[in-house]
Design a binder for this molecule. Structure first.
Ligand SMILES: Nc1ncnc2c1ncn2[C@@H]1O[C@H](COP(=O)(O)OP(=O)(O)OP(=O)(O)O)[C@@H](O)[C@H]1O
Ligand SMILES: CC(C)(CO)[C@@H](O)C(=O)[O-]
Ligand code: BAL
Length: 280
């Protein structure tokens, strides 16, 4: 696996591989099994796997954790190589944003609920950097995780709206043994917060079980149940619990026959964790 920092080097290395199927896995690094599952999926379906590691300042709001976001490029290089990546692109901020970006990509509508309302401007930063990565790498396939379900829905729509010639693949959420969704931000949690954070998965799973047994008549009851479960944990502060149609993220009027996304964002101290499940 080669590591490059320049856009020109990525283009140069891929020039002789254009006849091969190229897969791109965009990340912010500090890799864990969730990221590695995307690399392995890309490796199984593509001949060349490009991994990007870039903590994108454009998607962080003022007061968010940009400066303390965990970073360990040497370890990322090691584990990405073992998982099968062929090229690791780790640009500097100056390389990706030589000028303050006057041009940005904005997906409307889908970016309004859930994390879009808690993190204003966040998805504009995500779609702008992913559009740039798509132009730099020009992959055949691009890989995302279901843990960031709204992000996947937003990028899928951008790909369709802007006719990017890429097939998008969304991979299942990889969890710790006790159900907590893997996330680079889990490293921020104190042992007590870490143990209480399992409530995200437990409340979603318990809710799903009851839903399958026919317990709920409306989405408000689902939200109340999950909120009550989360509030049993003294360190948890709810940002949102929402039930929406999936993948259009529209409000739910009729539960029967709908595909739902049940999504939560919860603070433990300063750490904001998200999780979701799709209920069919
Ligand atoms: N547990 C997971 N299972 C599957 N995919 C994941 C998981 N965690 C992250 N991903 C995916 O990896 C890609 C890169 O995500 P990112 O680098 O932000 O990691 P993260 O662990 O989600 O970090 P953060 O703490 O910022 O949420 C995204 O497509 C994301 O959905
Ligand atoms: C897609 C992404 C790499 C864009 O910076 C980021 O939002 C992430 O890691 O999910
Ligand atoms: N995993 C999404 C990137 C972010 O939280 O900024």
């Amino acid at each position: 696996m080669e590591v490059v920092n320049q856009i020109a080097s990525v283009r140069d290395r891929l020039k002789q591989n254009r006849h091969k199927k190229i897969g791109l896995v965009p990340t912010m690094g500090y890799l864990h099994e969730g990221h590695l599952s995307l690399i392995r999926e890309a490796k199984a379906n593509c001949e060349v796997v490009v991994l990007s590691v870039f903590v994108n300042p454009l998607q962080f709001g003022p007061g968010e954790d940009l400066s303390r976001y965990p970073r360990d490029l040497q370890r990322d290089i090691q584990v990405a190589k073992e998982a099968g990546a062929d090229l690791l692109f780790a640009p500097s901020v100056e390389e990706m944003y030589p000028h303050p970006p006057l041009t940005q990509v904005q997906v409307k509508g889908l970016t309004e609920p859930l994390c879009g309302s808690s993190r204003p401007g966040h998805f504009d930063g995500v779609t702008t950097v992913v559009a740039k990565l798509l132009h730099i790498v020009e992959p055949d396939h691009i890989y995302f995780g279901q843990k960031d379900a709204q992000q996947a829905a937003v990028i899928q729509r951008m790909v369709e709206d802007l006719h990017f010639p890429v097939h998008m693949v969304t991979c299942p959420t990889v969890r710790e043994e006790d159900g907590l969704a893997m996330s680079s931000r889990n490293v921020y949690l104190t042992p007590e917060e870490r143990s209480q954070a399992t409530i995200l998965y437990r409340s979603l799973s318990e809710g799903e079980k009851l839903w399958r047994q026919g317990h709920w008549l409306n989405s408000k009851d689902i939200v109340s149940f999950i909120e009550d479960q989360i509030q049993t944990q003294p360190l948890a502060k709810i940002d949102y619990v929402q039930v929406l149609h999936f993948p259009d993220l529209e409000p739910v009027h009729e539960l029967t026959g709908s595909t739902l996304i049940v999504a939560v964002a919860v603070y433990f101290g300063k750490t904001r964790l998200i999780d979701n499940m799709i209920w069919n």
